[in-house]
Ligand binder design. Structure first.
Ligand code: ING
Length: 308
């Protein structure tokens, strides 16, 4: 009996700065219902799905900044999502800005089971961008000002008939993200992202955003024998054009389903988790082939040390 799980990347189009949580939750519910009608067991929503991507601004007023964060999850505005998902029997993964009781701020992603049970929480490890405002940029990318890196690192959890892991946006660009979860047996990685098409430090990358996003996820999936489900918040959001192209990638590295709009769109795929072993038990049999005696620099140093 093969372990096929029907998963959807629930892509969101732009979320306005002043769009109320209730309006966003209504859009999430519409995608959830569509997913249930298509027989999905799991729906993946984007990074920071409940609000606009607010790190694009320097927000000086602490109360204004707090308003983009969730102090409780579920809270009054998000409980309808949890309630309906449980009624529909659909699990989901949701990205949001987390404010903890002791006032730590994380870029967080949740995993909730089809029966509504809370399964896991992941806090973004690779926080990109800058800490101080940089006025030369057409828009800011102040994630490093607003979020701390997740202290727990990466994890995997038994769920949906397999081993599930999570990563958020910039995490997908780092091979270590996939390999750590690969070493924890991951078979299905859930990812949300907000990726502006314009990369101010090197605009030559702008035209390559879609290529780079697919490149890193296809490579990570193949090199670790895992499925990847990636859900974008795309389109022109508060004047910033952001990559859509949500997709589902097989352990072979093939893109098996992809969004073709930059709006709210469901991307459904039937993921056979047994496909993972075609790679985990052959080419990427870690126990047999990895040469860890030569990998020391990967964790011994942060930056590169070229020869003199
Ligand atoms: N966003 C971006 C990402 O890694 C970025 C950062 C922006 C990278 C533009 C390249 C170009 O996809 C987040 N939220 O990590």
């Amino acid at each position: 009996m093969s372990r096929v799980v029907t998963v959807a990347a629930a892509q969101l189009g732009p979320v306005g700065r002043d769009e109320p949580r209730s309006s966003v939750v209504a859009r999430l519910l519409a995608l959830l219902r569509e997913a249930a009608a298509e027989g999905c067991e799991l729906v993946v929503f984007p990074e920071l799905a409940l609000t606009t991507f607010f790190p694009r601004w320097h927000i000086e007023d602490p109360e204004e900044l707090d308003a983009f964060f969730e102090a409780e999850m579920p809270g009054p505005s998000t409980r309808p999502l949890f309630d309906e998902a449980r009624e529909l029997g659909v699990g989901f993964s949701l990205g949001y800005a987390e404010l903890t009781e002791d006032r730590h701020r994380y870029n967080t992603q949740l995993l909730v089971a089809p029966d509504g049970r809370f399964l896991a929480k992941y806090r973004k490890v690779h926080v990109p961008g800058h800490e101080e405002p940089e006025p030369w940029r057409p828009f800011q990318h102040l994630e490093r000002r607003y979020f701390e890196p997740g202290p727990q690192g990466f994890g995997t959890w038994r769920a949906f008939g397999g081993v599930v892991g999570m990563m958020i946006c910039n995490d997908r660009r780092w091979p270590e993200t996939y390999r750590v979860m690969g070493l924890l047996g991951v078979e299905l990685i859930l990812c949300g992202y907000n990726t502006p098409l314009h990369y101010a430090p090197d605009p030559s990358q702008d035209v390559l955003q879609g290529f780079h996003s697919a490149l890193v996820m296809q490579a990570g999936a193949y090199q670790n024998g895992t499925w990847v489900v990636a859900s974008a918040k795309g389109g022109v959001e508060e004047g910033v054009d952001s990559l859509a192209q949500s997709c589902v990638i097989a352990p072979s590295g093939q893109i098996v389903a992809q969004a073709y709009t930059a709006g709210d769109e469901l991307v459904v795929a039937h993921c056979d988790l047994d496909w993972c072993d075609r790679y985990k038990k052959t080419l990427f049999d870690f126990e047999r082939y990895r040469m860890i005696e030569h990998y020391g620099p990967i964790t011994a140093q942060r930056g590169a040390t070229p020869p003199q």
